[in-house]
Design a binder for this molecule. Structure first.
Ligand code: HSE
Length: 436
């Protein structure tokens, strides 16, 4: 059988890794796919850099449109990133009847519904294993390995940069800003680092996981997104004393009245495996009703790990290229006419336990007033710590853990507590998940 011919758009970090892996493991890949897979055309803005890498083994283009329209290309790999030109190129590749492999989580989270509909019309596949968790085969696990299950929830460390920052802050006592600079220097961060630290990158990935887990359309616009930029050493230390670690988690859960879709810093019991995932690594916990909790761990970014997922998609698409389209695995795990209209829950309707930290004047009655407000809002306290004031200091930190409480009730209680004259500044709220 003739080789499958691939057009590669973007030969940067992941594109370069894909080129290497495909060449290095060509024999293994051919044995698995049943035929050779060859990158025949490469497009990159930096043609000189591309020329050095490709070394005459593929046709080079400065203009990516030439590649998506080239009649000899079977599969287009989109590694340009972003939601502008990348979207237009992917849609054009589909219109040209080409299969697409992409690592572009932002593109799928925002425009996936349109892209998959277009792909279905043209009977082509859009494969996106590399879009979540780098080299971790989480898309495959959710779509195929866990197909027997009713998925209950997913909780994942799906942004390596923020996990690296949190790990370094805890281990080395460094400030947020110091560690961010290091993460950028190591090349982990997105082009716009606010995407990493404000939870946007994690929300893109979580949107994809949620769609696959529950058979719902992509709804990035409804994701609640809160990042790590306001976390302090004090909170990391108090969490530790109480037996927890703070992780930036993407959480999606099937609740009685809708689906939760939220990214925020989270206290996780320190003894959970996921609480011990350090540095740039990713880990995704998936709870299915039959299988129970399963955990997927690995490198969530980087050249070769992400290329591992891109090449796995190439092998998958190659194996199925001649299959009847009805026999392929549906893009979003469920048949396209079986997607559910279950709503995404507004954050106010989500129930979580909380960590609350406040600075108060050390005077009689202060605590009584605070606990009265919590009781009025039907918030029950699970644990509490009050620190002795330092020498000559009249203000103390109070840290409380609550039982499950409705977010909108916690919002109201926090606003009332902050109005008390005996409470100094803002209340810090970090949600807590037992992950059982
Ligand atoms: N910026 C991302 C991260 C890269 O830090 O996880 C992989 O999507």
């Amino acid at each position: 059988m003739r080789a499958i011919r691939v057009g590669l758009l973007g030969i940067g970090t992941v594109g370069g890794g894909t080129w290497d892996v495909l060449n290095r493991n060509a024999g293994e890949i051919r044995r698995r796919a049943g035929r050779a897979i060859r990158i025949a055309r490469v497009a990159d803005k930096d043609v000189n850099k591309a020329r050095r890498l490709v070394d005459g083994k593929a046709v080079l283009h400065k203009d990516a449109w030439e590649v998506v329209r080239a009649p000899d290309i079977d599969i287009v790999i989109e590694l340009i990133g972003g939601t502008g030109i990348a979207r237009d190129l992917v849609l054009e590749a589909i219109a040209q009847g080409k299969h697409v492999v992409t690592a572009n989580k932002a593109l799928l989270a925002k425009h996936g519904n349109r892209i998959f509909a277009a792909a279905q019309k043209k009977d082509v596949m859009v494969a996106f294993e590399a879009s979540v968790g780098g080299g971790i085969p989480i898309i495959k696990a959710l779509r195929e390995g866990l197909a027997a299950n009713r998925i209950e929830w997913i909780a994942g460390i799906i942004n390596g940069t923020s996990n690296f920052i949190l790990s370094e802050m805890r281990d080395k006592g460094l400030s947020f800003a110091q560690v961010l600079a290091e993460a950028q220097a190591r090349g982990y961060a997105e082009a716009d680092p606010t995407f990493d630290i404000e939870g946007v990158d994690a929300a893109h990935k979580l949107t994809i996981l949620s769609a696959l887990a529950f058979g719902i359309p992509m709804q990035f616009g409804k994701a609640y997104t809160e990042g790590i930029s306001k976390l302090t050493q004090a909170d990391i230390g108090y969490a530790e004393e109480l037996g927890y670690r703070i992780k930036l988690l993407g959480i999606t859960r099937r609740a009685p009245r809708g689906i939760e879709l939220r990214v925020h810093p989270t206290l996780v019991p320190a003894r959970r495996l996921i609480a011990n995932v350090e540095g740039v690594m990713n880990a995704i916990l998936v709870k299915g009703d039959a299988v129970g909790a399963t955990l997927y761990y690995g490198a969530g970014a980087g050249s070769q790990p992400t290329a591992s997922a891109v090449v796995a998609d190439l092998v998958d698409v190659t194996r199925l290229i001649t299959a009847d389209p009805e026999h392929r695995v549906p893009h979003l795990a469920f048949q396209p006419d079986q997607l559910s209209a279950t709503p995404i829950l507004p954050m106010g309707e989500v129930e979580t336990c909380c960590y609350l930290r406040m600075r108060v004047l050390d005077k009689p009655g202060v605590l009584a007033r605070i606990t009265r407000i919590l009781a009025d809002s039907r918030i029950s306290i699970d644990a509490m710590v009050q620190k002795e004031p330092g020498e000559g200091e009249q203000r103390v930190d109070i840290v409380m853990l609550t039982h499950l409480a409705l977010e909108k009730n916690v919002d109201k209680a926090i606003a009332r507590i902050e109005r008390l004259p005996t409470v100094v500044g803002k209340v810090t709220r970090i949600r807590l998940e037992a992950l059982l």
